[in-house]
Design a protein around this ligand. Structure first.
Ligand SMILES: Nc1nc2c(ncn2[C@@H]2O[C@H](COP(=O)(O)OP(=O)(O)OP(=O)(O)O)[C@@H](O)[C@H]2O)c(=O)[nH]1
Ligand SMILES: [Mg+2]
Length: 365
């Protein structure tokens, strides 16, 4: 049955594209039944990390880069990730599970983007089941980069018994890295001394700082978190700084039985990944709030002899929106389909025939 299909990847000795689609359909999630999958080894180590942050901070991009596998759909718009998903990597005797979480939002934003209660509790749920919390903070946004979102601070306060670390992301967008000093000061409540891997050279004089920037920073400062155990400055986009993040995470792995096979990269089913990938590209290709009004479902999915066949339906609220999604001569829909197809080939490493069709939401629904 389709809803019981399971995603499993086999990582071979050669790099991708030799990743294979190993098993087609099985009837139970691997994580729920470990006993028959392998003999437990006494030296196994496990580390579970909740990756949290505000929408669009780059959480999913970071996770894909960390595990070197595209299992979390990403887009330029907010609220791409709508439910927590696991990304898994196993190395030697250690297994790392990263929870990709939906962006943390307040009630007003939740209403605007039709976000339900599950969505909001999803992040807390992931945190509760983790040994570490990784906070992704976007330094490219000059409006928000000098403070942690109060919702984030609330989460960190509620789970202060779980060690947390800070990942300053998108450093590739900064002309000068010196601004990172002020950001770190602001969002750690100036507790730099307590942070072990803090590596930026302090400025000789505070007069180096342009006046306008200093003023802007003062205005933006709201609240920070002084208890991060480490701070990393990275670009999830270019991969800069990610090696250090990986070493840090793996160094926290503790003795514990693996929850997934060494070959698994995600707990998501192929169907879920296809729907999410279509949704992500609709977010990229359609303007403003339009993509949030669309509903995507999988109409058909089959894996025949290592080739995937899928058909997705995008339900539009009106004929006008449907025309926008399709574009002139269906040009836009073709572009979206091509883009999703190439994303999915990257994810599954098998050929895929994908069709995306549109329909208009019936009035009685
Ligand atoms: N320049 C730059 N862009 C980045 C970086 N990391 C992520 N992005 C971009 O930021 C946008 C959002 O990335 P996502 O990974 O989808 O962000 P997210 O935090 O998972 O977003 P939600 O799922 O909506 O909460 C995408 O356009 C990414 O390409 C980075 O290090 N540098
Ligand atoms: Mg995401």
């Amino acid at each position: 049955m389709l809803d019981k299909a399971m995603l499993i990847f086999v990582r071979q000795a050669v790099p991708r594209p030799a990743l294979l689609w190993a098993r087609n359909f099985t009837s139970a999630k691997i994580s729920e039944n470990l006993s028959d999958k392998k003999e437990p080894q006494s030296n196994e180590k496990l580390i579970k990390v909740a990756i949290i942050g505000v929408p669009n901070a780059g959480k999913s991009t970071l996770i894909n880069h960390l595990i070197d596998h595209r299992v979390c759909p990403t887009s330029m718009k907010v609220h791409t990730t709508r439910a927590t998903a696991k990304a898994i990597q196993s190395r030697a005797n250690s297994q790392m599970i990263l929870f990709d979480t939906p962006g943390l939002v307040g009630d007003r934003d939740a209403k605007k983007h039709h976000i339900d209660a599950n969505f909001l509790s999803s992040c807390r749920h992931a945190v509760q089941h983790s040994n570490l919390i990784g906070v992704v903070h976007d330094v490219s946004n000059s409006w928000t980069r000098n403070a942690l979102n109060p919702i984030m601070v609330d989460v960190l306060k509620s789970y202060s018994h779980i060690p947390s670390f800070l990942i300053l992301n998108k450093i590739d967008t900064l002309k000068s890295k010196r601004i990172l000093l002020d950001i770190v000061k602001n969002i750690t409540n100036n507790q730099l001394e307590s942070i072990k891997n803090y590596r930026i050279k302090k400025r000789k004089s505070s007069q180096d700082k342009p006046q306008t920037e200093a003023k802007a920073n003062r205005q933006e400062v709201q609240e920070g978190w002084p208890h991060f155990s480490e701070i990393f400055m990275v670009s999830a986009f270019t991969g800069d700084g990610l090696k250090e993040v990986m070493s840090f995470i793996y160094s926290h792995a503790k003795a514990g039985q693996w929850e997934h096979l060494a070959t698994e990269a995600t707990d998501q089913t192929p169907e879920q990944l296809i729907v999410q990938s279509v949704r992500a590209r609709l977010l990229d290709y359609l303007p403003q709030e339009i993509p949030y009004a669309l509903a995507t479902e999988l109409e058909f999915f089959e894996n025949i002899n290592g080739r995937m066949f899928a058909s997705a339906v995008v339900t539009c609220p009106s004929e006008r929106i449907e025309r926008l999604v399709c574009g002139e001569g269906n040009g836009k829909l073709k572009q979206i389909t091509e883009r999703v197809t190439s994303d999915l080939i990257e994810t599954f490493a098998v050929p895929i025939s994908l069709t995306i069709v549109t329909r208009i939401k019936s009035k009685d629904k």
